[in-house]
Ligand binder design. Structure first.
Ligand code: AOF
Ligand code: ZN
Length: 370
């Protein structure tokens, strides 16, 4: 494990890489990585937050290092100062006798929000904040959204043809993206807390919406359907309730109560929301935020997808572009709804990934908001 880092940024980059190992396992907590080095930046120990409820990154790294007197700690997120499921890391860090602590970014959560940094400084430790801050912030974007806006980070996934269609004019959509792309989608599903779809998709595809093979966590499946009738009692969603919860969001005044009663008897949860698509997706975001849903994936047709987009509720896009064309005025594109009046002059995304995926291209980007 003998390794010497060139500069502070290199150490922090390593901490960011360690933190990413926790993605999917730690939510609703943030993924955090920690690296301990000596004055010459030789690697002494590393740690990361591995699972929700478990020890935090700094504490794991300190446990590996043993004697930490006079060493330097690099951590992607400000050490916490509160008594949560574990005691405050800031106290453990002070006790460990570090000469210097380098922090990627401040913890936005109300229960920390700078108080961890203040504790370290009050103890006479040199504290530097903001090394590789962009990467450190990017790691905790879903956590920040949940903490500050009390709603999940919303991923929108679609597969489309070269001519921007998600199905033919008859609605046929099987076989747009290839095997590699579908595998990427299952990996994505495996780190989500919720997967949302609409009545049209349920009727057309009878989807299961589980991750195959299973991932780090099991997402609650959510169907937005005003009446609830699209979800049949003998369909794949109901059949797989023992594997993953099923929530059906119906619309006030539209719900088919005798059918939703039967669905509830099969173990589905029914929630009545507003009778308006945009209001319904806002209601859903708030409701899932209350349940600490940190990452939500929409895999839906153009009308529900368009409602999320028009409501300003899409944070990250995963688009698969297949080298196929279908044509047709009536064939749908990924986002329905009202859309924009003008094409944005500035770039709308910060790029996460843009690569070949088998025969397809895969784009992943995060929506930039001013
Ligand atoms: C750290 N290091 O590795 C993480 C931190 O319920 P608990 O005790 O696990 O505390 C969770 C909170 O601690 C979480 O909301 C966030 O503010 C902070 N996460 N802090 O010092 C870590 N994961
Ligand atoms: Zn902590």
């Amino acid at each position: 494990m003998q390794h010497r880092f060139e500069n502070d940024e290199e150490v922090m980059q390593h901490a960011v890489t360690l933190a990413a190992r926790g993605v999917g396992y730690v939510e609703p907590n943030p993924p955090v990585g920690a690296v301990i080095v000596d004055a010459e930046r030789n690697l002494i120990a590393e740690g990361w937050h591995q699972n929700f409820g478990g020890p935090h990154a700094e504490v794991n790294a300190i446990a590996v290092a043993g004697d930490t007197e006079g060493l330097e700690l690099f951590v992607t997120l400000e050490p916490c100062s509160h008594h949560g499921k574990t005691p405050p890391c800031a106290e453990a860090v002070v006790k460990a006798g570090f000469s210097r602590v380098v922090i990627g970014c401040q913890d936005p959560a109300g229960h920390v929000d700078g108080t961890g940094i203040a504790k370290l400084r009050a103890a006479g430790i040199t504290v530097d904040v903001g090394v590789c801050s962009q990467d450190a912030e990017a790691l905790i974007a879903p956590f920040r959204m949940l903490m500050l806006n009390r709603r999940p980070w919303v991923h929108a996934k679609w597969a489309m043809t070269l001519d921007g269609k998600i199905c033919t004019q008859t609605g046929h959509s099987q076989w747009i993206s290839g095997k590699e792309s579908r595998a990427t989608v299952h990996q994505l599903r495996g780190r989500m807390d919720a997967i949302v779809t609409g009545a049209g998709t349920v009727r057309a595809d009878d989807p299961t919406l589980t991750a195959r093979p299973p991932g780090a966590r099991v997402a609650i499946r959510v169907v937005v359907d005003s009446t609830g009738r699209s979800v049949s009692l003998d369909g794949n969603l109901v059949r797989s309730i023992p594997e993953a919860p099923l929530l059906i969001v119906t619309a006030d005044g539209q719900t088919d109560h005798s059918h939703t009663k039967a669905l509830a008897a099969h173990g589905a949860e029914i929630l009545e929301g507003p009778n308006d698509y945009i209001a319904a997706v806002r209601f859903l975001a708030v409701e899932l935020g209350k349940r600490n849903v940190t990452n939500l994936l929409i895999e839906a047709g153009s009308s529900l997808m368009g409602s999320f987009s028009d409501a300003g509720l899409i944070d990250e896009v995963h688009a698969f572009i297949a080298p196929k064309i279908v044509g047709g005025d009536l064939a749908k594109s990924p986002l329905g709804g009202s859309g924009l009046d003008q094409v944005a002059a500035e770039s709308q995304f910060s790029l996460v990934d843009w690569r070949q995926s088998g025969e397809d291209m895969y784009f992943c980007g995060r929506v930039m908001r001013s």
